[in-house]
Design a protein around this ligand. Structure first.
Ligand code: CP
Length: 310
């Protein structure tokens, strides 16, 4: 079996197209495992994994924990709110103390961009980035791209639209890297205040017109407005945002082709998308969540072979 070209999963930026195809190929096999009555394999029976979440999460945290348990790993869940962080302990000290208890891999979610890479340079463990601030969310991009490939057969030459708060979104940046590597045409759409200037350098189209962009796309990935990362107001009100950039039934009625609708969650219903649209048969939101477990099993399996035991 081939292996990944990286020793950690820090971002899609560091992956090659072959790495992504390998993860997708393995995820296909793990999807078969997850469809069995007994959804468990002994593959990581001798591996211990710590999930270090310094930021809130529903999907990613549960998905990683399930993926680890389906592979028979031992799992430790760390919650920042009940840890010694409140007594001033550093990230490196926290990680090293957990690793001293013979933990093999760390899954890290952290509010600071670059936190996963920083940890990989400073502790002796395999590190998986489960979201670092507004930087990258590689497993989300992999499960999103895999879900598009599953529905459309291929990602190559498909028109994929990413709508919303691109500026603060780690999902957007990781999706752009992943989709471009897999040959998709990528366009971003949102208020000019939420579209950073560097986007053109990433080879994506930029639009401020949701109606025209929806006509252009095969897939629309709708993002949440990340109010928790916005220190100033980037648009006047949620109502105005919903009027100009919220996806609703009236906009969908103007197109005469099938498109796929995605959202990484959590959804702000009535702001970036209406309930009628995101719960419609065009939506693959729950397929994304389901595929996340198989994608994370594939990544854990591949990176487990990189563990250096003393
Ligand atoms: N998509 C995503 O990262 O969701 P959570 O914040 O709930 O993990």
């Amino acid at each position: 079996m081939k292996n990944l070209s990286v020793n950690h999963l820090l971002g899609i930026k560091h992956l090659k197209k072959d790495d992504i195809n390998l993860i997708f190929h393995l995820a296909d096999s793990f999807k078969e495992v997850l469809a069995r009555p007994i959804k468990k394999v002994p593959t990581l029976r001798d591996v211990t994994i710590a999930n270090l979440f310094f930021e809130s999460s529903t999907r990613t945290r549960i998905s990683f924990e399930l993926a680890e348990k389906r592979l028979s790993a031992d799992v430790i869940n760390f919650s920042a709110s009940t840890s010694s962080l409140s007594k001033g302990e550093s990230l490196i000290d926290t990680a090293n103390n957990i690793l001293a208890m013979k933990v093999d891999m760390i899954v890290l979610r952290h509010p600071y961009p670059g936190a996963a890479e920083f940890l990989s340079n400073n502790v002796n463990s395999v590190i998986i980035n489960a979201g670092d601030g507004s930087h990258e969310h590689p497993t989300q991009a992999l499960l999103d791209t895999y879900s598009i490939q599953e529905k459309l057969g291929t990602v190559k030459n498909k028109n994929v639209l990413i709508v919303g708060d691109i500026k603060h979104s780690r999902v957007a940046l990781s999706n752009i890297f992943c989709l471009k590597k897999m040959g998709a045409n990528v366009r971003v759409c949102g208020p000019s205040t939420l579209l950073p200037k560097y986007l053109n350098a990433l080879g994506v189209e930029v639009s401020y017109d949701l109606h025209e962009s929806i006509k252009w796309c095969d897939v629309a990935n709708i993002l949440r407005i990340q109010l928790e990362r916005q220190k100033i107001k980037f648009f006047p009100s949620n109502r105005e945002y919903a009027m100009l950039f919220g996806l609703n039934e009236d906009i969908l009625k103007t197109i005469n082709k099938d498109i796929i609708l995605m959202h990484p969650g959590p959804i702000n219903r009535g702001v970036e998308v209406t309930t009628g649209v995101i719960d419609s048969n065009k939506s693959i939101v729950l397929d994304q969540v389901e595929n996340g477990v198989a994608i994370r099993m594939a990544i854990l399996y591949l990176l487990a072979s990189k563990i250096k035991r003393l």
